[in-house]
Each structure stands twice: as structure tokens, then as C-alpha cells.
Design a protein around this ligand. Structure first.
Ligand code: FE2
Length: 392
């Protein structure tokens, strides 16, 4: 009898089921209150969410507080409310405004050419999307890319959750006036599967999936509540079977009743564990096209959602970095957002480890070329040769 019971308990522990998702369980987790004492770097707590001001964050990251602040963020994502708001990510709005100009041009060009744009969570016309905005920005305006992503705060929050060699992707989302709210969801990876498919992955993969991605949104305009900034359910990332539950009517109703919503100013960002229940809000204005740059940052060990041609990007970015006026730290941040930081997959016949355990990465190559002042043509040739070696 006991054996049967143990077998059943183990089976249920490893194979989560949409039929065993209970509101009481998520309610018990999300009733938690955030204690400001747990987040000493935060300026304040609003609606259970730690809010950080840019200036002290920049000072901490540049000095002795770097490891402690990144540890605070990591635990906020893992076992805390699952989300932090970073105010004033850009000390100066010029890179943000320049990027916005490029994004609006891309939207206009893609509309004219009738390329781009469908959306998985919204009706046609309710919003404008720029997929793979990372590569498009880099190729159109590499100097703008360098200034935008040469940002120590963006780099640090990604590294705090994912470690080094993370892979940035970005999608611009513009919610137009009247654009309706999204339905509550979790994000990539398991958030992009039907519950019946997600249920085929064992429970430890449900716990692992969020560690492979950091989700973020950088506000490119002021986002008062009327514009519909994102709705969140703090602590909901802790609910283990949440990927199987978020579409169920009772869980949608629970989200509708208990979510929080935080206004953002231009240049603020919200960063979240992708397992946090969330949904873009309803834009009730008649005149604000609410633009956010959605950052989906993948672990070096994960598979990103979008294909990105990092060889082409690196070739475009290199000349812009060489005379960007950025500090070495800022250059490293821009390179981290652009170039591949991980050695694998590769072809080990042609790309054996050089003087270490791993073959040279794209990031290492670009930093070496910058340090030695290679001409752009020499760098481009080395980059192409390195990419070629990785092929079978
Ligand atoms: Fe989302």
C-alpha cells in the first residue's frame, strides 16, 4: 500500500498536471509582503516591487557594491517578488531618443514594405512590432546601438540573473491608443507552449526554464497608468505548475483581481523572472503610442527565440566602437549585447581550443581587435574566418 502511494507521489511530483493546479496554492504564495529591509539598495518598495534609482545603482555598480547589488537582484527574481523596476537607466536620454527615432523609421519602412509585424498576443493594428530590433538597430545605426547598449545597468541586470555570455535579443512593441490588455501569461521558454505540451516536460525543467531567460522592458516614453504599463502578479513565479495554469479561467480571474501595475517614466525599465504572471495593460489614451523596447536575454546555455546574425552585427559595430568615446566598461557592455560570448556549438575539428578549454569567442575577438587597434577590414576578415571555422 505504502509502495503504491510512494509511486503515485513521485509520479505526481515529476509530472505536473493542469488538473492539479489550485488557486489556494498560488494565493498562499502571492499574499507575501515585500520587506524593504531585504532590498537595501532599493529606493522604495511600491506594490511589493523594489524600485531602484539610476544614480545610486550606477555608483554601486562602479564601486564596491557591484556583487552585493547583483546578488540582491538575483534573489529578487528567484525567491522575491520576481520583478524589479530600475528608474533612469540612461544617465542621459540622448541614446534612448536616438534609438526611438530609428525604431519609428523601421516601423514606417516595414509598414510601407508590408513586412514585419504580426503579434502573438494582440489584434492586428492594435500595436506595432519590430521583431529582431537588436540586429535592425545595430545595422542601421551602429553608433546609436553602441551608445544604447554600452549601458552598465542593462548589462549588470542581465548578468545578475544569467551570468556572463548572455545573448540579448530585443523586440520593440508599440501599443497604440485603444490597444487592449494582453491576457496574463508567462514567457519563454515554457510560456510559449500549450499546457498539454508543457506538461510533457518534467517538473525540474519547469523550475529550470525561468533561469534561462531574463525578460525586460525599457520605456521609450512616459507610461502613466492610462497608457497601460504592464500588469504583474508579484511572487507568482514561485508557483511551480504556473506554466500549466496561467490560461485557466480561475487563474485569469485571480490575476485580474490581484495584479499590480506600476507607472514608468521614459528611460525606466522593468525586469522580471519570465515565470512571473504578467500582461501588457490597456492603453486608454487617445494620443500616446506607448513604445517599449522588450529585452529578452537568454542564458549562454539556452536557445534564444530569435535568430540574430551576430557576425553581421559585430562587423557593423566594430568601427562605431573604435571611435565611440565610450569607456572600456561601456564598450564591454555594448560588445556583450552584440557579439556571441559563448564558444559552442562549434566544429571542434576546425575550431580547437586555443590555449585553454574553449575556442575563442566572438566577444574575445572583438575586444582583442579593439585593444590592438586593428583596422576594420582586418577585423572583418578575422570575424568571417572565425565564423567559418564553427561550421561543419
Ligand atoms: Fe510577456
Amino acid at each position: 500500500m505504502k509502495t503504491d502511494n510512494d509511486i503515485k507521489l513521485r509520479t505526481d511530483r515529476v509530472w505536473l498536471s493542469p488538473e492539479r493546479c489550485w488557486i489556494d496554492d498560488i494565493a498562499a504564495l502571492t499574499v507575501r509582503q515585500t520587506d524593504a529591509a531585504d532590498y537595501p539598495f532599493a529606493t522604495e518598495i511600491q506594490a511589493q516591487v523594489p524600485i531602484y534609482d539610476g544614480a545610486p545603482v550606477r555608483a554601486a555598480l562602479a564601486g564596491d557594491g557591484r556583487a552585493a547589488l547583483m546578488a540582491e537582484w538575483a534573489e529578487a527574481f528567484l525567491s522575491g517578488p520576481g520583478i524589479v523596476v530600475l528608474r533612469g537607466i540612461f544617465a542621459d536620454h540622448a541614446p534612448l531618443d536616438a534609438a526611438s527615432d530609428v525604431f519609428w523609421q523601421i516601423i514606417a519602412d516595414e509598414k510601407a514594405a508590408q513586412t514585419g509585424g504580426g503579434d502573438h498576443f494582440a489584434k492586428p493594428g492594435a500595436n506595432d512590432r519590430v521583431w529582431n530590433a537588436l540586429e535592425k538597430l545595430c545595422l542601421r545605426a551602429p553608433a546609436v546601438f553602441a551608445a544604447y547598449y554600452g549601458n552598465p545597468i542593462l548589462a549588470a541586470v542581465a548578468e545578475a540573473w544569467l551570468g556572463p555570455a548572455y545573448q540579448v535579443t530585443s523586440q520593440v512593441n508599440v501599443v497604440n491608443p485603444g490597444g487592449e490588455a494582453q491576457s496574463a501569461h508567462r514567457d519563454y521558454h515554457l510560456g510559449f507552449q500549450a499546457a498539454s505540451d508543457a506538461a510533457k516536460f518534467p517538473a525540474h525543467v519547469h523550475r529550470l526554464s525561468p533561469a534561462l531567460t531574463l525578460q525586460g522592458a525599457v520605456a521609450h516614453c512616459d507610461m502613466p497608468l492610462a497608457t497601460g504599463p504592464t500588469l504583474y502578479l508579484p511572487y507568482s513565479q514561485l508557483y511551480e505548475p504556473g506554466y500549466l495554469a496561467f490560461n485557466q479561467p480561475e487563474f485569469r480571474a485571480f490575476f485580474a483581481e490581484h495584479h499590480v501595475q506600476l507607472p514608468l517614466a521614459k528611460g525606466d525599465g522593468a525586469f522580471l523572472n519570465p515565470a512571473l504572471f504578467h500582461a501588457a495593460g490597456h492603453n486608454r489614451t487617445t494620443d500616446v503610442r506607448r513604445m517599449a523596447n522588450l529585452l529578452q536575454v537568454s542564458s549562454a546555455f539556452g536557445r534564444a527565440m530569435e535568430s540574430v546574425d551576430r557576425v553581421r552585427m559585430s562587423a557593423a559595430l566594430y568601427p562605431a566602437l573604435a571611435d565611440s568615446g565610450l569607456s572600456a566598461r561601456e564598450v564591454a557592455c555594448a560588445v556583450a549585447a552584440c557579439a556571441e560570448g559563448y564558444s559552442f556549438p562549434t566544429n571542434l575539428d576546425r575550431d580547437p581550443p586555443l590555449g585553454g578549454l574553449v575556442p575563442q569567442t566572438q566577444q574575445a575577438l572583438i575586444l582583442l581587435a579593439l585593444a590592438e587597434g586593428w583596422p576594420a577590414e582586418r577585423f572583418a576578415a578575422a570575424l568571417a574566418a572565425q565564423a567559418e571555422k564553427r561550421l561543419t
